[in-house]
Ligand binder design. Sequence first.
Ligand code: GDP
Ligand code: MG
Length: 679
Amino acid sequence: DESPSEVPDKELRFSRFDPVDQRLQIINDDKNFSPIVSEYMKKHWHLANSGFNYNIVAVFGSQSTGKSTLLNRLFGTNFDVMNEASGRQQTTKGIWVSKSDESNTLVLDVEGTDGGERFEDQDFERKSALFSLAISEVVIVNMYENNVGLYNGANLGLLKTVLDVNLQLFQQAGNPKTCLHFVIRDFTNQTPLERLQATVTTYLEKIWSTLNKPAGKEDCSLYDFFVLNFSGLPHKIFAREAFESAVAKLRTRFSDPTALDYVFLPVLHKRVPADGFSSFAHDIWERISASKELDLPTQTQLLAEHRCEEIAKEIFDEEFLVESIAALKRGVEVGRVVEEFGEVVNNVVDECIMKFDENGSRYNSIVYKRKRAEFYKRMATYLLPVYNAQLTNITKTRIAAFSASLSAGLAADVDAGVPINFAKHTTAVRREAENSFLAGAASSRLSQVADDEWSAAGQYGQLVEEIERISAELRSGAVDKMLKAVEGLAVGNMNDNVLGRMNSGASVGMWVSILESFKEALDFEELQIQKRGQGFEASAEELELWKSTLRWQTWTSLLETLKKETADDAILARLKGIFDNKFRYDEQGIPRLWNLDDPIDSYFASATEDAEKALSIFAKLDVPLKLIGDNIIDDQRFDPACVTIIPANRLQNIRERFKRDAQTLFVEAKRSMVVTTAK
Ligand code: GDP
Ligand code: MG
């Protein structure tokens, strides 16, 4: 079941053609345009990639005037010719195309009519003429010599049609002209070719003058639109040799670009790139078929739009872009910052643009440039999410690096035992983070994308925001650490002094001296904050806040120390010390050995009195409040009751416990006195 179905259905349905042949019926008997022209351009004619390097020639003329015979001779084509023996021919009304065997030339064999009066014939003649003129560089007008000057019937209609329909093309001055190449058949040379040429030219000019010109084109000349060429061909049978040599010469004119009388002058080229030919010809035929106006410049522009879009789509559909960035996309998606991002995307996009230019640049330059920009933008749009992911990764990486570097810098200061220079570290690290973000974002960009299309502003904002948040967090941690360190030093010193003072007994000067230590601590703190605050670029308000925080904490620490040192057991121990000092030791600090005649009662009384006096001193911070300092006593949290170190209820209890202990010591002393004396 293989062989017949090898030929696709549409080809069979559409046109009669021999698959091994070069021929294609481009417009079929039903006047439909072939759907496989672009396939033929690629596979049979190999012209699809020729750009502008191809030409189109068409032939016009009455039926059975040897047109197909001529084309076959000139271009090595295989168009149907009338069977000379039977005089029969398939009378098709289509248009056939084939490719020259010698050059990049497409040859259109336009079936002529017999010049009949039937509307249908005239209509197709007009339409096929219009179609041929719109796409061909050269139109061969085929006529017998003996018909030159006999302007009736077939010839008259044909020439009038050719000139008239050309006006429909609305050709602007400067648009390519079309060459009408008159081939005079059965040329005898009885009348020189120049005479025939003059006759035909005069006639053409006459027709031209009678035609209705479009508005604004009333004065334009035949030669604004046409180049005229003339050749004579002797009788094919009666002057066979002369015929063959004339055909050979004519063949050179159509196939050899170096020939002096080469017919396909560059100025004639319709500037339809080969890859757009089928689409252009199709559109033109559809408009002609529907009897719509045909405006070639507009048509060329539409073709450019259509083709440029198709070219872009083809490049997109090849998935070259998608595949080329697949690895990069995967990297970005797993959170990596892809270093070569910009290089890769720019290379891929440039390559796609180069592919686009290859075919696209041949089309209408305004349209091409617009479509090229659109294509670029489309690729940019496709790549934008990947770019954004890259930016997000850069942002994350930069934030993590910022946080780590700043923490490390702060830790280094601490390790080195120098005041934390937060401002110095943060400035350097922040600049580094911001600069490398901007550099990474810039190097990842497509080189020709608009700033607002691929903007890094959002992510940059996030980066800055995050940097600020982390800075603030680390700063506040570092400030806390610094305050703690200062407080630790100040309070440690103060406590040492306070303890020393309390241990050396209570006297009137004790409280003044303790408050002096407190003041010293505050002074130390103030100085330290002033110094270390610079590293944090602290404002005056902030410095003040830190100082007052420390001040209050130091005050609270002092109160805590005092409370601790006057807790029941601690104060009792202290009182006992004072008591012992007087009672158990003499002035030189040597333990007494009691004698019976010693005034033990008065010692005891005096020692007890000392201890009780001390207790009442310890019990209350009894100094003028202003010695504590306005800063403290003006604080809302300050409680004037805090000057009571040992409240009255506890005081009573301590006093009793002390008395009991003292009594015990007294009894012991008395007993020792007896023992000593008894010895
Ligand atoms: P077409 O209908 O115009 O394509 O004509 P064909 O090429 O089919 O030829 C029609 C008839 O004209 C055939 O019998 C040819 O042999 C004959 N013929 C071809 N070339 C010439 C020529 O140069 N002079 C004359 N008198 N007859 C020719
Ligand atoms: Mg023919």
